[in-house]
Design a binder for this molecule. Structure first.
Ligand code: F6P
Length: 388
């Protein structure tokens, strides 16, 4: 990442039909470290390079429904936000923004606010919108495009499961946070001769757990892409015991599940959250099962939203900044309905619809998993890399 620079405009780009004067930025879905860096990247490049005005839409797309919910973005008010986690614009992960639930005559009614959003976009004098978010946000952004609103997307998620980009910003910070937690668990696991289980986020992808487990020296890594056999985990822990290692560290992704069609473990549904399951609880379930299987004391830690907080790492700050710069370049070139992506060390862009309803998952037979197995890591399946 350190060598990368945003690509220069290409010769064949489509120019905007009308002059850009004012653009907006919004942050939707769950927050991720680096959101403020994108907001700053968009604002500084828009003002300094193109002399546009920039406004922030507050709380997802809320400011396009209630136009008092906006924040003018200037060089002055984005100063100092690069290292800050969260988003100065507020986020909204409560789902589909085009339906507004209102109470009329004591009844809940869902209003379609698409036209209102379009009218308010023009009322605010906007020429383009930068939507920062995950797969759900990109589906919404693509719908806005189809309504005639010029939109560009910037991919965000700590899960790193967005299709089409090597990395999303926020992911590496989440892994750093989780790895530090793993290091701490090592200390207490060794003192108490326990099995310590660290449950991590990631939805249906194991990127956070895999990267944390490898960098945090976990003995067992469980990810959704490799359904596990409980017996293999018990055996791995007992094998370690026989070699005099009387503690074990397990990193488990919230979406991990048993072989043979084992269900995902999910907490009770949150009515305000989006329609996806709220995963969680596999750590405590494993602790109970492994206690029965190994007779060792087992404890689970659910790291939860700590993974999403705090200052972004150096690489997330860079990636987020350059995504922001590339987004303004796309607007300048009139190339809308596109998403900024990282391919190797280059920032480029792809059509937004390419990433909708597609997820990037860990390859169960890929190099990362095989090399980790060669290091003795148990993935809850027979390890064909090592002869025990
Ligand atoms: O997609 C990011 C993420 O943090 C997932 O890893 C996790 O499953 C989910 O969001 C949690 O969502 P919420 O913040 O709504 O609890």
């Amino acid at each position: 990442m350190s060598e990368q620079t945003p690509a220069e405009p290409t010769a064949e780009v489509k120019r905007p039909e009308r002059r850009i004067r004012r653009i907006a930025v919004s942050t939707s879905g769950g927050d991720a470290p680096g959101l403020n860096a994108v907001i700053r990247g968009v604002t500084k490049s828009a003002i300094q390079k193109y002399h546009w005005e920039v406004i922030g839409i507050l709380n997802g797309l809320e400011g396009l429904i209630d136009t008092s919910r906006i924040l003018p973005l200037t060089i002055e008010n984005v100063r100092g936000i690069l290292p800050k986690g969260g988003t100065i614009l507020g986020a909204d992960s409560s789902g589909y923004p085009f339906n507004r639930r209102v109470i009329r005559d004591g009844q809940a009614v869902d209003l379609d606010v698409r036209n209102l959003i379009k009218q308010n976009f023009h009322y605010l004098g906007l020429d383009a919108l930068v939507c920062i978010g995950g797969e759900g946000t990109m589906a919404i952004a693509h719908e806005l495009s189809q309504l005639g609103i010029p939109v560009v997307g910037v991919p965000k998620t700590i899960d790193n499961d967005l299709y089409g980009t090597d990395y999303t910003f926020g992911f590496r910070t989440a892994v750093q946070n989780a790895m530090e937690a793993c290091d701490r668990l090592h200390d207490t696991a060794a003192s108490h001769h326990r099995v310590m289980i660290l449950e991590l986020m990631g939805r249906y992808a194991g990127w956070i757990a895999l990267n944390t487990g490898i960098s945090g020296d976990a003995d067992v890594i469980l990810i959704p892409e490799i359904p596990f056999d409980l017996q293999e985990i018990n055996d791995a822990i007992i094998r370690r015991q026989r070699r005099g290692k009387d503690f074990s560290i397990i990193v488990v992704a919230e979406g991990a599940h048993q072989q043979g069609g084992g269900a995902h473990v999910a907490e009770s549904a949150d009515e305000r959250a989006s329609d996806m399951d709220r995963l969680g609880g596999i750590g405590n379930w494993l602790a109970r099962e492994l206690n029965k299987g190994t007779n060792m004391q087992c404890r689970a830690t659910i790291l939860g939203h700590i993974q999403r907080g705090g200052s972004p790492t150096a690489s997330d700050r860079q990636l987020a900044t350059f995504f922001g710069v590339h987004a303004t370049q796309l607007i300048h070139e009139g190339r809308f309905d596109r998403l900024t992506v990282l391919k190797g060390t280059e920032i480029s862009d792809i059509p937004m619809e390419d990433v909708i309803r597609q997820y990037k998952q860990v390859d169960p037979e890929g190099q990362m998993v095989r090399y980790a197995e060669r290091m003795g890591v148990c993935f809850g399946r027979p390890n064909h890399e090592i002869q025990y």
